[in-house]
Design a protein around this ligand. Structure first.
Ligand code: FAD
Length: 507
């Protein structure tokens, strides 16, 4: 006899609703809790999981395994090559453990919902008259998808009214921010009885998802894994930076944001804990009012909920379709040279190149830059935004379908609450506004390190080296191999507007 908790994107012991429910159930029944993680190489491939993200997840499993073992709870990691085999394999494992009940958190992407529906059915069919049960519970969002309705009774497609409704709902339903305790220890003797489960080890990353040793060395120091690190980062951010978040959040050269996205995406930190911690630092102890930085940060974390709600309500966004069907007829360019220059940070636009090189070096990019590079790809280069969306998933440590899809939809003007299509970021103006001292560019684009910014009335060559630099500067850059701009912004803007207009007219 046993109860099972299946870990997915909720890799933490604290404030994990499904794990808590499973542990309560096991306690009531006086049976042990067994934890399970299923690694499906085919699934990782299908979901474009970045190797850096897979590595983070495997390191997190090590932390979980140690912490669970201290409670006498085993963590069994099962590799199942084909994803469609996952439900069957889980049932077999449960049978072999004599487990009658499984708990897991709901994931809202279409494939995952189908998989869980299949699992619930399989377990309900039981085995030789012995039925098993699965509880697939809401956990990842602070407010459950479907709980908020607009005046007309549907899902909001615009963030601001949705956010007002979200705040109201959380304040009226304090359980939204109630924290779930970590599980208590298993009954004595569990270790002896399930010795084989405690002998499980964490597998290597599947082929195609492995990091090189030098990459591991680099990434492990930037991104320490596990929930303890998430707490530390959250505390540090709340102690040192959240108060100034409103002023600093758009300046990528500053350490103005939390860098917690990897923890939200892997579930090493729950959004409830994060929002509650931030709220409690506010002198009003409320979600709105009081310190502007805290309020603003809470509203950013809420964007994560918003995009998940959108995904649940309009699941076709999972199927390579734009949220706005009228935007399906745009004739995108599939210029491979342009796309390649963008991915490698060799477009000749310093701010774009710095951002794309940051991703290659760290698996992360600042939000302001995600918006700038996404707009550049979809509008200046007119490359199909889905190629960029895919590239981000394949390279980001925090790759999350809903937020990534939402961000691309916003920047390419094809999503919910988007940037209007005729608003096209000017990379030069964005660079001067959000990296005024050129420090961010200097950090990532080695070739431009010596060029002046606009401080003290200097020429600002760092933002536009071939446009503003002297002949000598240009010669030097050519020697270093820094490319000239691959498009001319105002012409590219006109071409984009034209393509969008033609696409809309064809509807
Ligand atoms: P902070 O500024 O400290 O914000 C705190 C948390 O709020 C973030 O960790 C994140 O969970 C959430 N958040 C903040 N802004 C957004 C937003 N616009 N949308 C959704 N959630 C938000 N975020 C991801 O987590 N995964 C992605 O794959 C992803 N892809 C993106 C692609 C594009 C084109 C764009 C424009 C944005 C994308 N974002 C994505 C949102 C955002 O850029 C990152 O969440 C943020 O940069 C992470 O840094 P941080 O943790 O320091 O954020």
């Amino acid at each position: 006899q046993a109860v099972v908790h299946w870990f997915k994107m909720d890799l933490r012991l604290h404030d994990n609703r499904s794990l808590w429910l499973a542990s309560q159930k096991a306690k009531e029944a006086g049976v042990p809790l067994i934890c399970l993680y299923v690694l499906s190489p085919e699934d990782l491939e299908a979901h474009l999981r970045a190797p850096i993200r897979v590595d983070f997840m495997l390191r997190t499993l090590e932390v979980l395994m140690t912490d669970l073992e201290d409670l006498g709870i085993p963590l069994w990691v099962e590799t199942v090559e084909k994803r469609k085999e996952v439900p069957n394999r889980i049932k077999e494992l449960m049978k072999s453990w004599g487990a009658s009940h499984l708990f897991c958190a709901m994931e809202y992407e279409v494939d995952e919902l189908r998989r869980e529906a299949k699992l619930v059915k399989l377990l309900a069919e039981g085995e030789k008259g012995e039925k098993m049960a699965a509880d697939v519970v809401h956990d990842t969002c602070v407010v459950m998808p479907g709980a908020l309705q607009s005046g007309s009774g549907g899902q909001y497609a615009v963030y601001s009214p949705w956010f007002r409704a979200w705040i109201k709902h959380v304040e009226e339903n304090p359980e939204c921010l109630e924290i779930y305790e970590k599980p208590g220890p298993n009954p004595p003797g569990t270790k002896e009885k399930h010795e084989n489960l405690f002998a499980c080890s964490i597998p290597e990353a599947p082929e195609g998802k492995r990091l090189r040793d030098d990459e591991k060395a680099r990434y492990h120091s930037i991104w320490p894994a596990g929930e303890h690190e998430a707490f530390k980062r959250l505390e540090k951010f709340c102690d040192e930076a959240i108060g100034k978040y409103a002023e600093r959040r758009n300046i990528p050269a500053m350490q103005g944001t939390s860098n917690l996205s990897v923890h939200f995406a892997s579930g090493t930190l729950s959004a409830r804990t994060a929002i509650r911690t931030a709220r409690d630092r506010n002198n009003t102890k409320k979600l709105n009012g009081g310190n502007e930085g805290i309020q603003r940060w809470i509203s950013e974390v809420a964007w994560r909920d918003f995009y998940k709600h959108v995904l649940v309500h309009w699941p076709y966004v999972c199927m390579n379709k734009p949220f706005k069907p009228t935007y399906s007829n745009i004739e995108w360019s599939y210029n491979v040279d342009h796309f390649h220059a963008w991915t490698q940070g060799r477009t000749g636009f310093p701010i774009i190149d710095a951002a794309m090189r940051q991703v290659l070096a760290t698996g992360y990019m600042h939000n302001r830059l995600r918006m700038i590079v996404a707009s550049f790809l979809a509008k200046d280069l007119l490359v199909d935004w889905r190629m960029g969306e895919r590239y981000f998933m394949e390279h980001l440590i925090d790759g999350d379908f809903a937020s990534n899809n939402g961000g691309w939809g916003f920047a390419a003007s094809v999503g919910v609450d988007p940037q209007p299509y005729f608003r096209v970021f000017n990379p030069l103006l964005q660079s001067e506004k959000f990296d005024p001292d050129g420090d961010y560019i200097r950090k990532w684009v080695e070739e431009l390190r010596d060029l002046p910014d606009l401080k003290g009335g200097k020429g600002g060559e760092i933002h536009d080296p071939y446009g503003r630099g002297s002949e000598k500067v240009k010669r030097k850059l050519e020697e270093k191999g820094y490319p000239r701009p691959i498009v001319e912004h105002s012409g590219a803007r006109d071409r984009a507007l034209d393509a969008y207009k033609r696409g809309l007219a064809r509807d």
